[in-house]
Structures are given as structure tokens and as C-alpha cells.
Design a protein around this ligand. Sequence first.
Ligand code: HEC
Length: 105
Amino acid sequence: MKHILRLSWLTAALMIAAGGSLVAHAQDTNTVRGMAATCANCHGTEGRSAGTVPGLAGVDKTHIVQQMQDFKTGKRASTIMQQLAKGFTDAQIEQIAAWFSAQKK
Ligand code: HEC
């Protein structure tokens, strides 16, 4: 009985491992989604702003990247975005920008 139990645990572990590599791409998307979610407090759900903060949904990717870089360097004055932009690498900014530009306005 103990033997069978151990075997089924092993099978389950193997299945999880195999499944993990299959969903690797989905996990990438989730990471970007998670980063983008931190913007939602101010820019609205999926970037559809309901307030005074500019919306990001459907905005040109290059525009978002440019603004983020300008916030980072201080070229564009901002209240909060400079601090936030500094927390992301260039690659992450690219990913976040691509994600927002793909959202419906
Ligand atoms: C605490 C609120 C807050 C959060 C969180 C936030 N933003 Fe902002 N964002 C602002 C405000 C306010 C502005 C207007 C400029 C300023 O005063 O900083 C702005 C401006 C921008 C702009 C320029 C828009 C334009 O068209 O001029 C971009 C791009 C941007 N944010 C991207 C992001 C991204 C990407 C995130 C998440 C990583 C994010 N923001 C998170 C408040 C926020």
C-alpha cells in the first residue's frame, strides 16, 4: 500500500513538472499582467482611466516607452511617475507598454 502511494506521488510530481514547462509562456504573460496591475490603481483597470490620470489602454507602445524613459531620467517632470519608472528595467517597460497598447480603450 505504501508503495502505491509513493508511486502516485511521483507520478503527480512528474505531471506538475511537465505541465510547468507547457505553461511557461502563460506565466510570462502573467508576470507582465502583474506588473501592469500595479499601474491600475491610478491608470484604471487595464489602463482604462476613469479619473484625471491619463489612460494607457490602446496607447501607442512607443509613446508609453518614451514617457517612461523620460520619467526615469527626469526629462519629463512628474509627481509620482519618476519614482515608479525607476523601479522597472528597460525590458520590463517594453513588456508593460506592449501589454497596455494591446488593451481595448
Ligand atoms: C500612484 C499613481 C500612479 C501609478 C501607480 C502609476 N501611475 Fe503613471 N501616471 C500617474 C500620474 C499622476 C501621471 C501624470 C504625470 C505625473 O504627474 O507623474 C502618470 C503618467 C503616466 C504616463 C504618461 C501618459 C501620457 O500619455 O502622458 C505613462 C506612460 C504612465 N504613467 C505609465 C505608468 C505605468 C506603466 C505604470 C505602472 C508600472 C504607472 N504609470 C503607474 C500616476 C500613476
